[in-house]
Ligand binder design. Structure first.
Ligand SMILES: C[S@@+](CC[C@H](N)C(=O)[O-])C[C@H]1O[C@@H](n2cnc3c(N)ncnc32)[C@H](O)[C@@H]1O
Length: 149
């Protein structure tokens, strides 16, 4: 796998590196999205992304998704025809692909560039029918509060 020098969540910086993540160039292959040497998303995860999509759209309506990645879950969510699909993404390169996704999508997509946990504060409380949170920890501290290993 190209430029992959960290596996799982190993090798995360101890402290905050938010700005760096924002600017970092992505390496996107058919099978993986790599940022800063981290395997942020991999194609083999498709089957369970599809299951998450079916669960998060169970009530129909307005869906919030945090972390666009390879867009695998986003495409799956679109197949359930949400009335609005709000997607928050923090990396610039990934966000550019999210904008392309928006223009091709069959249902309304609202991309937001920012950190999920900051951006949600500006969204209307209780306005979503389903929320799918799938970010990647940006430092070792976050790994233990947002993701578990
Ligand atoms: C695991 S991937 C998402 C995979 C996606 N579910 C898919 O099916 O392709 C995580 C994404 O979240 C983004 N991300 C990481 N931390 C974030 C944060 N705090 N707020 C918003 N996006 C974040 C990363 O840049 C990356 O694009």
């Amino acid at each position: 796998m190209a430029n992959l020098n960290k596996s799982g969540y190993h090798g995360l910086e101890e402290k905050l590196c938010y700005d760096r993540w924002h600017d970092k160039k992505e390496i996107l292959t058919e099978n993986a999205l790599i940022i800063e040497g981290h395997p942020v998303m991999e194609r083999w995860e498709t089957p369970y992304m599809k299951i998450f999509a079916s669960v998060v759209t169970r009530n129909g309506g307005r869906i919030l998704e945090c972390g666009f990645g390879m867009g695998i879950s986003a495409y799956a969510i679109q197949s359930y025809c949400p009335t609005e699909h709000v997607i928050i993404e923090f990396n610039d390169d990934v966000f550019k692909r999210l904008m392309l996704f928006k223009h091709k999508a069959q249902n309304k997509v609202t991309p937001i560039l920012g950190l999920a946990y900051e951006t949600v504060l500006s969204l209307e409380p209780k306005s979503f029918d389903g929320i799918f949170y799938d970010t990647y920890p940006l430092n070792a501290e976050e790994q233990h509060t947002h993701q578990f290993y």
